[in-house]
Design a protein around this ligand. Structure first.
Ligand code: COA
Length: 192
């Protein structure tokens, strides 16, 4: 369990299945995640069975639950995947599931804590991500967490009847360490 200002990142559990299913099939959220096809309970359970057991070095990925550090409410998931031992880099993915919980600082905080894990626990050197050009909220959250825009794949996303650019961002360990040097934390455990 690693803490930010507002969130705690903890292991994903099979008991999170119903919490995930509550908002996963919501177009307002899924349209930002590439294909937004309906996902069955069975498919989600099969995914969760694997995701709860990922080993970052063996499987090249890790998925953690994001929860409000005070209320313990489940907010979504954040992941590192495509973890490369050779190049010490990985891709970041995140989804805050309920629209009502978006725009409240949870995403930025969860990204910062996952960067902290990537750089201070896994020893990565760079972390990158992609976001659709219409995801202004995501772009702003990533910038606040320290990511920089580095380019675009043109017309790489098809959503709502049109092609959109897919924008790339990244952050280097040296840049993250300017704000969070060894020995620092993003946040502290909740006192409640
Ligand atoms: C993207 C996501 C992780 C961001 O997390 P979040 O908790 O909603 O974002 P935060 O509150 O930390 O920060 C959002 C910032 O964008 C701003 N913002 C919100 N809506 C916006 C919009 N429509 N356009 C531009 N900026 C917007 C907020 O004001 C805030 O910036 P500020 O602090 O300078 O005011 C979250 O919204 C989410 O999971 N969305 C759905 C799935 C998704 O997009 N996943 C990422 C795919 S790349």
């Amino acid at each position: 369990m690693y803490f930010g200002e507002k969130v705690c990142l903890r292991a994903l559990e099979m008991s999170d299945l119903n919490k995930i299913l509550e908002h996963w099939n919501t177009f307002a959220m899924r349209r930002f995640l590439g294909t937004a096809l309906p996902c069955s309970e069975n498919a989600e359970r099969v995914w969760l069975e694997k995701a709860t057991q990922y080993d970052p070095w063996k499987d090249g990925q890790i998925v953690l639950a994001v929860e409000d550090k005070n209320s313990k409410k489940f907010l979504g998931t954040v992941s590192l995947f495509g973890i490369s031992k050779a190049f010490q880099r990985a891709e970041l993915g995140i989804a805050i599931h309920n629209e009502e919980h978006m725009g409240k600082g949870y995403g930025t905080d969860a990204v910062k804590v996952m960067l902290w894990i990537g750089f201070h626990v896994l020893g990565l050197n760079s972390i990158y991500l992609y976001h659709a050009e219409f995801n202004d909220r995501g772009k702003r959250a990533y910038e606040k967490a320290g990511f920089k825009s580095i380019g675009a794949f043109r017309q790489a996303v098809y959503m709502q009847g049109a092609f959109h650019d897919l924008l790339a961002m990244d952050i280097l360990k040296s840049e993250f360490l300017e704000e969070y040097p060894p020995g620092s934390f993003v946040g502290e455990a909740s006192k409640t």
